[in-house]
Ligand binder design. Structure first.
Ligand SMILES: Cc1ncc(COP(=O)(O)O)c(C=O)c1O
Length: 398
C-alpha cells in the first residue's frame, strides 16, 4: 500500500532522543577517543552496566545479535542438541542458536503475558535439550523462578534475551541477570540506544566470562611476560580461547560506548515514563474490552518497550485487519503487526524448523495490533492516537 497522505502518527524508527549533555559527551568522544574502539569509554560503559544491572560480568558488543551469538557459542552446542526458543519473538533470538547446528524446538507463549513460562518450556524438554532461551518480550520479564528451577533440575543453561527489557525487573532483580547469560540491545528502536546499534552480554560464570574478550575480538591478546622488544614476535598474540572455537570481531566503537555511559543514568526515568504512558493509554481505551493489552503481573516492572494488544472481534463486526485498515487509511496512524511466528518464516522452514505446536503464538499474531509508542511522541499526537483508536473501536461495533 502506498499512502497518498503522510502519516498523522508515524511508527518511529527511533525510540528515544539524546539530551544536549549526552550529545556533548558523545562529541567529546568523537574528538578525543584514541583508539576509537576498545578504549576507556568501553571500560566505563561495562563498569557502569555492571553497577546498573548487578551483573557480575558484562561485555559491550556491536549489537544484541552478537551477544546472542557469543551465548550460543559458550553453550558449546552440537547437531545432537536441542535448544528451546520462544516462537513469538524477533528472528535474531533464534538465528545464533540455529547456526550452531542444534535443533530449534519452539515454545509457545502465555496468551495473557505474551512471554514463555515454565509450563510451555516443560512441554518442549527432551533428553537432548542443552539450552533454554527466554525472551522478555515487549519489556516484560518472564516468570523466572519456575523457569530457573526447571532448568536447574535438568542442569540446562538459561539464556535471557533481554533485548527489549533493559531496566525491567523481576522481584527486584534486573532482567538479564538471573540466567546464565543475558543479552541486551541498544538498537535504534530500543528505550535507550547507543547511536543506532549496540549490545551487551552478561555472563554469570567467571570461567566462561574469561573467554569472551578473545571471542569478541579475533582471539587477540597481549603476550604473557616481559618481552625485550615490544614489537617481537608481533604486536599482539592470537590464539583460541577455547580450542577449535573460532572467534569473531563483535567490538563496539567508543562514541557508542560514550552514549551508553550517560544513557544508563536515564534508563529508570525513561522506563518509568513509558510505564506511566502505557498505563494511561490502557485507561484511555478502558471502555473497549475488544482491545486486550499485554498482562503485566505484579512480580516486577516492565520496561514497556512496545504497546501491543489483541483485537478481539468476537462481539464486534470487525476483525484485526479491519482495525488496522481503519487506523491506517482513515486515521493515518502507522500501526504495525509484530513478530511473525518464527516457524512460519521461509528461513526457519527451509532449515527444518517449520513444525511447532504453538496455538497461542499463532492466535496472538493473527489478531494482534501494535500502537506507535516512541518516548518522544508529542502530546498532540498522543491525543490523536487515543481518539483514533476509540473511534475505530466504535466504528467496528456498528
Ligand atoms: C527480542 C529481540 N532479540 C534480539 C534482537 C536483536 O538485537 P540487535 O538489533 O541489537 O542485534 C532484537 C531487536 O533488535 C529483539 O527485539
Amino acid at each position: 500500500m502506498t499512502m497518498d497522505k503522510p502519516w498523522a502518527v508515524k511508527w518511529s524508527g527511533r525510540g528515544s532522543q539524546y539530551t544536549e549533555e549526552e550529545i556533548d559527551y558523545i562529541v567529546e568522544a568523537i574528538r578525543t577517543a584514541d583508539p576509537l574502539t576498545q578504549g576507556r569509554y568501553l571500560a566505563d560503559f561495562e563498569e557502569k552496566f555492571k553497577e546498573f544491572t548487578g551483573a557480575s560480568h558484562a561485555f559491550a558488543v556491536a549489537n544484541c545479535t552478537c551477544a546472542l551469538e557469543l551465548a550460543a557459542i559458550l553453550c558449546r552446542l552440537t547437531s545432537d542438541d536441542e535448544v528451546i526458543v520462544p516462537a513469538h519473538t524477533f528472528a535474531a533470538t533464534a538465528i545464533p542458536f540455529a547456526r550452531t547446528g542444534a535443533k530449534i524446538v519452539w515454545a509457545d507463549i502465555d496468551p495473557r503475558t505474551l512471554v514463555v513460562d515454565a509450563d510451555a518450556i516443560q512441554k518442549c524438554l527432551s533428553a537432548r535439550t542443552r539450552a533454554i532461551v527466554v525472551v522478555h518480550l515487549y519489556g516484560l520479564v518472564c516468570d523466572m523462578d519456575p523457569i530457573l528451577s526447571l532448568a536447574r533440575e535438568h542442569g540446562i543453561p538459561v539464556i535471557e534475551d533481554a533485548a527489549q527489557a533493559l531496566g525491567a525487573t523481576y522481584k527486584g532483580t534486573q532482567a538479564g541477570t538471573m540466567g546464565d547469560f543475558g543479552c541486551y540491545s541498544f538498537q535504534t528502536h530500543k528505550n535507550v540506544s547507543t547511536l543506532g546499534e549496540g549490545g551487551v552480554l552478561s555472563v554469570r560464570s567467571p570461567d566462561l566470562a574469561a573467554l569472551v574478550p578473545g571471542l569478541r575480538h579475533n582471539g587477540m591478546r597481549a603476550y604473557e611476560g616481559d618481552r625485550p622488544n615490544y614489537w617481537l614476535p608481533a604486536m599482539g598474540d592470537v590464539d583460541f580461547d577455547w580450542d577449535g572455537v573460532w572467534p569473531y570481531n563483535f567490538c563496539i566503537g567508543e562514541p557508542q560506548c560514550a552514549a551508553g555511559v550517560l544513557m544508563l543514568d536515564r534508563v529508570d526515568e525513561v522506563n518509568a515514563h513509558r510505564r506511566e504512558k502505557a498505563e494511561r493509554f490502557e485507561r484511555d481505551l478502558g471502555e473497549y474490552p475488544e482491545l486486550v493489552f499485554q498482562a503485566t503481573p505484579q512480580y516486577g516492572e516492565s520496561a514497556r518497550y512496545c504497546l501491543p494488544a489483541r483485537y478481539d472481534g468476537t462481539n464486534t463486526k470487525g476483525s484485526r485487519n479491519d482495525f488496522m485498515d481503519r487506523m491506517a487509511h482513515h486515521h493515518r496512524v502507522n500501526m504495525v503487526v509484530q513478530y511473525h511466528p518464527l516457524y512460519r518464516y521461509p528461513m526457519f522452514e527451509k532449515a527444518g524448523f517449520g513444525d511447532a505446536d504453538c496455538p497461542h503464538t499463532d492466535f496472538f499474531f493473527d489478531n494482534m495490533v501494535s500502537f506507535p509508542f516512541h518516548e518522544w511522541m508529542p502530546a498532540n499526537e498522543y491525543e490523536y492516537l487515543v481518539s483514533a483508536a476509540q473511534e475505530t473501536c466504535e466504528h467496528l461495533r456498528r
